[in-house]
Design a protein around this ligand. Sequence first.
Ligand code: NAD
Length: 495
Amino acid sequence: MDTLIKHSNSQPKVSDISTKVAVAYGDGIGPEIMQSTIRILNAARANVDFHPIKLGRQVYLDGNTSGIDSSAWQTIDDCRILLKAPITTPQGKGYKSLNVTLRKSLGLFANVRPVRSMEPYVSTVHSNMDVVIIRENEEDLYAGIEHQQTQDVVQCLKLITRPGCEKIIRYAFEYAKMHKRKKVTCMVKDNIMKLTDGLFHKVFDELSVEYPEIVSQTEIIDIGAAKLASYPERYDVVVTSNLYGDILSDIVAESSGSVGLAGSANVGSNVAMFEAIHGSAPDIADQNIANPTGLINAAVMMLIHIGQLDVAKKIKNALLRTIEDGIHTADIYQEGWSKKRVGTQDFTQAIIERLGQSPRHLKALNLKNEGKISIPKYKRPTEQKKLVGIDVFLDWQGDDATLIGDKLTQLTNVNSRLKMITNRGVKVYPKGNKFTYCTDHWRCRFLPKNDDTKYTHIDILELLQALYEGGFDVVKTENLYHFDGLRGFSLGQGE
Ligand code: NAD
């Protein structure tokens, strides 16, 4: 697989300009479903040149902790399109998720996951599901910035940025417009995370006014996910942040019949990567039983992306016809309904034999002119930023909040005064609740000694020095700012 794979088909190509595609065969069922997909692409005369790259398990085990080497990066850079089978991230510390690395390094900010049920041909929880999950792909808890700060406490940083929100939310609206979708639902948890999820919600509200023809609504993620699982017909396009989108799309794909059915596009301004949403399924690897549909659907999305619409239609419609004809892999086989239970290879062959046919009942893919979604460059506005205090996080092994609070209140020779202490976000000083459980991680909020005094970085250094001399173990600080006069930090629960 180290050499360039060209078309085995000697007939004339669909278009004169062939598109270079980097291909990763992946791990587990990856090689089987990729071979199936490439056979179909070749049989349908997709005008692409495949450039195989190595990534995943073997690269990790060869000692590369990121699972990808420089020659693979070079090929991706050269091709700008990547068709990728699932890979296995070895268990254990030190191995970074290759999928997250690829998405973030290549700026693939939008993860697009369409799911449509195929009842009665595929048994499904819902017969009328036709949903597209558009998941932010680079930020949120998946920034992967984690620290252990005390014996008791580990932390993961949730990063949500305005440019990130603007890109993904505008992408969702533009996607809805292009695909004649009627509604975009934003899912957040901003009743709790008022700054991070609050920003996502705010940007959604700001941008939605530019798309009056599309219904826009926002739901809290917990009840939204529950309703999406129960009444998917009420949803059309859903836009959400990274972690919520990851979970939602698996729920939706699995309830459509099998996690093996859905494909996804990871889209950036320069590069795009196409993959099935499922993993490498090591439990069924090398048995010729995996369903290649998810990767084939991803390849169809790739063909649409590179403008080979006729080939995309041909493959998608043959796939639908195969499923309609009851030729099913084990994961979607239903006794009494399916006609034939087949392995990966025979399923592939059945699709190839149906190239040129359309489904009789399922909705055929019918594309006209698919444009490209382009997102304007982010323009950062100028805001007035004012330092108004500091949160100092201490590792303190006591369990009496009054004791540590009184000690910190006695730091009188500095231009900072203790406003409050929280433990896991709940106020414990002054006047905490006697039932609150306290860990060894204390967030101590200091403000200027007098409300009308200016607070500066020198005051912070002076405070940290006094804490050090007082024997306190500072594990982290967060400056408190106002932006254009608005508070840029959350209040403690009970503050
Ligand atoms: P998985 O998606 O691989 O498997 C979950 C279940 O679904 C298994 O029972 C499996 O047999 C079944 N399944 C998945 N795809 C199928 C298909 N095409 N046909 C039939 N059945 C299918 O999830 P997992 O078991 O949690 O993860 C296995 C490995 O995959 C892990 O190493 C994980 O890190 C990796 N993973 C990779 C990706 C990716 O590369 N994009 C995504 C998710 C998980």
